[in-house]
Design a binder for this molecule. Structure first.
Ligand code: FES
Length: 107
């Protein structure tokens, strides 16, 4: 659980289409979080695919969906909803805000 706003990246570190993993010791969440710079803005979801745990930050983003590299299950980055088999369980999503030159995760 994220208890207070946390600065997680500088804008200059995240080019369009890029993603980074935010470790639990930085965010305060129980697991890693993937932060994506998408066409629609920054999105943060749990990094580990709910199918078999592949890192979603290493996966391709198309529009507002991430396509898990391991078995090609898909998730909506806006809602966390699983949109393509074999992904079935929803991902947690996290609010994100740009403040100045940095990206922050919000509680
Ligand atoms: S681990 Fe992501 S779809 Fe299987």
């Amino acid at each position: 659980m994220i208890e207070h706003p946390v600065k997680v990246a500088e804008l200059s570190e995240l080019e369009p289409g890029a993603a980074v993993v935010i470790p639990p010791e930085v965010s305060g969440h129980s697991g890693p979080i993937a932060l994506f710079n998408t066409d629609g803005g920054f999105r943060a979801v749990e990094d580990l695919c709910t199918h078999l745990g592949a890192s979603l930050a290493k996966s391709r983003v198309e529009g507002n969906e991430v396509d898990c590299w391991l078995h090609h299950g898909r998730f909506c980055l806006d809602t966390g909803k699983a949109t393509k088999y074999p992904a079935r369980e929803q991902l947690a999503t996290f609010p994100v805000e740009v403040r100045g030159t940095a990206v922050w995760l919000l509680p």
